[in-house]
Design a protein around this ligand. Structure first.
Ligand code: ADP
Ligand code: ZN
Ligand code: ZN
Length: 663
């Protein structure tokens, strides 16, 4: 096309508005669509991305300002990138400009421009042998079946813990790389990347690959992103944010531990990286592989109904390794029962490691006065405050409030306060008295607050400089510690009776993943679960290692109740300092919703939500359910426009979340 100078460009900016902004630009061509620009905005400047070239504007031409700079040092977003971003924006009802800017690495969003860092090669020492395990029969079948279909298909690999899923991914990756395509490997946690980085480096010493996660410095992240976009990096290993990395020759996506909640972004653009990965594979017409020992019910339903292809790895891969033995034991009232102490000593005596799992950090979840009955509660969230004894503080695990831990009861002055229940710190303390010579390591988000501390901890564990690990769910995700043979789950009942319809699914996944840490190599693992409800279906299924039965039963329940995956949800979350404002906004929003409540749509009553994001704020939520996805999407696209038009003012913060994971 022969373009005339001067031109008008439509620029997308990081603003909560559904449209782009027009600017004059000289010497632009269609090649510049998808490039970053610097534009004037008010008295300042902003970074945006060119969406389109135009000859006219609906704005008065003399009011339109001039683009300050077009950055041509890096390639523009291509048609595939736009296709994904547009889908994402429409699906989550999030402005395109904000979607595009959210996807750029932070360094490329800065007005100051971007200078590439000096290329520092990631240490890629070539260890003596590049290790390739010969696949076992089951693994080979999965790999061959998947490789036979180079077109779009979603493959769900359901493999018991330790069944060698990673080896399957690696074989698939190897073949796809050989075919000249790029690969995206998504993992739930930044904690999991050092382990995988090492395995990748060992497997492909000469391969140019990069990892992308929030722990990488901004400059380096931009450099790696650009290497992927340029096609020099052939493989990207990353957490959820990597799902949007431009990869012009992408030919395979692997989502490991697809059930993990951390694939869901909880801020800003609230996308599910797993779901966007599937969309991306469909758009790019290549296969995607989801793997888990405990698939989500959404994926399981898709597999059962034939939309996904289901593959099984039913045995542990290491020859001779069996699944751990699970035992349920009644919850101890106080201290550790003698047989636990014996088991602890025996395990340590054999030179093996122990993991004690308790899903609560801090010292104790309840501080109360035995004299008057007063309990420490958060004045903002009305949940109990958790005792952190070493820091001499009471902390709210919802909103982050911190108070000094006082000796005396604020209500009656009694100085003999008591605690109930226990957290990681107290368990650590107790274990020190039972096993004074054992080396203990506590791992929770308090002890891992320091950057890099996880890596150090991991090395300590692998080098067997630790005997007993005490930790929260941070510990359970896919780590492979060969000397660990006893896992003790304290107080599993905490989460048996939650109101969230996903509670059982989550508890099952969590317990199975913790149990899966035991006996990974040649040692038979023992798992002890403390519970007062040994007949609970979740625990029964777990004891028998009958994940598939559990998933099928759970699916039947969901169908009966009409919950996802048999319906589709969106949540409007509203937050403000002033609870009256929240109520007024929700009321209006609800009226608008009821007015357009059409076929297949149900609107729930607003309920308070304890999870206020900011201190001192009240948060309520309104749930909308659609019988079909199309019903819900049609409803939302009209409703969200009405919400934007409501006079909310600055003091109200609201977000619409599609497919929420917490309801
Ligand atoms: P998963 O991801 O399914 O939990 P991993 O891929 O981490 O399992 O594998 C578990 C263990 O089994 C690892 O120590 C791995 O080296 C080993 N392994 C995997 N495949 C094989 C195989 N074909 N033969 C022997 N060992 C294997
Ligand atoms: Zn008191
Ligand atoms: Zn609070």
């Amino acid at each position: 096309m022969d373009l005339q100078d001067p031109m008008i460009v439509e620029v997308l900016l990081d603003l909560p508005l559904p449209r782009g902004f027009d600017y004059h630009a000289s010497l632009v061509t269609e090649e510049d669509v998808g490039r970053r620009v610097k534009v004037p905005w008010g008295t300042g400047q902003k970074v945006g991305v060119i969406r389109a070239l135009k000859h006219t504007s609906t704005y008065p031409l003399d009011k339109i300002r001039e683009v300050l700079e077009i950055w041509r040092d890096v390639p523009p977003l291509n048609a595939r990138d736009w296709q994904l971003l547009e889908f994402c924006s429409a699906y989550y009802h999030y402005p395109l400009g904000q979607t595009v800017l959210a996807m750029l690495p932070p360094a490329l969003r800065r007005v100051g421009g971007w200078l590439p860092p000096r290329r520092v090669r990631q240490a890629r020492k070539d260890p003596a042998q590049s290790s390739t395990l010969p696949l076992n029969e089951a693994q080979r079948t999965v790999v061959q079946t998947i490789l036979r279909q180079p077109h779009f298909a979603v493959h769900l690999i359901h493999g018991v813990t330790g069944s060698g899923k990673t080896e399957v991914y690696f074989s698939l990756i190897e073949e796809v790389l050989r075919r000249g395509r790029q690969v995206l490997l998504l993992v739930p946690e930044i904690n999991l990347t050092p382990q995988l980085e090492q395995r990748l480096a060992r497997r492909w010493p000469a391969l140019d690959w990069v990892s992308l996660h929030s722990g990488v410095s901004e400059k380096e992240r931009a450099r790696r992103w650009l290497a992927a976009q340029a096609g020099t990096a052939r493989l990207v290993l990353g957490t959820r944010l990597a799902v949007f990395t431009p990869l012009p020759e992408l030919g395979l996506i692997v989502v490991d531990e697809e059930h993990e909640a951390s694939f869901k972004q909880q801020d800003g653009l609230r996308y599910s990286a797993r779901d966007m990965a599937i969309v991306r594979a469909r758009q790019g017409e290549f296969p995607i592989v989801l793997g888990s020992a405990t698939p989500t019910l959404e994926s399981w339903h898709n597999a059962r109904s034939g939309r996904y292809q289901l593959h099984h790895l039913r045995e542990r891969a290491v020859p001779g390794a069996c699944l751990p033995q699970l035992t349920l034991v009644p919850t101890a009232q106080e201290g550790l029962p003698p047989r636990w102490v014996t088991a602890l000593h025996e395990t340590l005596g054999r030179g093996e490691q122990v993991l004690v799992f308790i899903n609560r950090r801090g010292y104790a979840p309840v501080l109360y006065c035995p004299n008057c009955g007063w309990q420490a509660a958060c004045p903002r969230c009305s949940v109990r405050l958790v005792v952190h004894r070493r820091a001499r503080q009471l902390r709210c695990h919802h909103c982050g409030l911190e108070q000094v831990l006082n000796e005396a009861c604020p209500s009656c002055g009694n100085v003999h306060m008591e605690t109930r229940g226990e957290g990681t710190q107290q368990v650590e303390e107790r274990l020190r008295t039972y096993c004074p010579s054992a080396r203990l390591l506590r791992l929770d988000s308090d002890s891992l607050a320091l950057k890099g501390s996880w890596e150090k901890a991991r090395e300590q564990i692998l080098d067997h400089r630790v005997d007993i690990l005490v930790g929260t769910q941070l510990l359970v995700k896919g780590h492979d510690f060969p000397d660990l043979s006893l896992v003790v789950v304290l107080n599993a009942d905490q989460s048996l009776f939650s109101s969230d319809f996903r509670a059982s699914e989550r508890l099952y996944a969590q317990l199975l993943q913790v149990a899966g840490r035991a006996g990974r190599a040649d040692k038979t693992g023992q798992v002890w679960i403390e519970t007062d409800y040994p007949g609970h279906p979740v625990l029964l299924a777990l004891l028998q290692h009958e994940t598939e039965n559990f998933l099928d039963q759970e699916l039947a329940l969901r169908r009966q109740m009409g919950w996802p995956p048999f319906s589709y949800l969106a949540i409007l979350r509203v937050e403000a300092r002033d609870v009256a404002k929240v109520a007024a906004f929700l009321d209006e929003a609800r009226q608008k919703a009821l007015a357009r409540e059409g076929e297949g749509i149900s609107i729930f009553d607003p309920v308070p939500s304890s999870l206020a994001r900011k201190a001192g704020f009240h948060r309520w939520q309104l749930l909308v359910q659609g019988a079909q996805r199309t019903h819900l999407q049609a409803f939302l696209s009209g409703w969200v426009d009405e919400l934007r038009a409501l006079r909310s003012g600055q003091s109200i913060h609201w977000v619409l979340e599609v497919d929420p994971w917490d309801c």
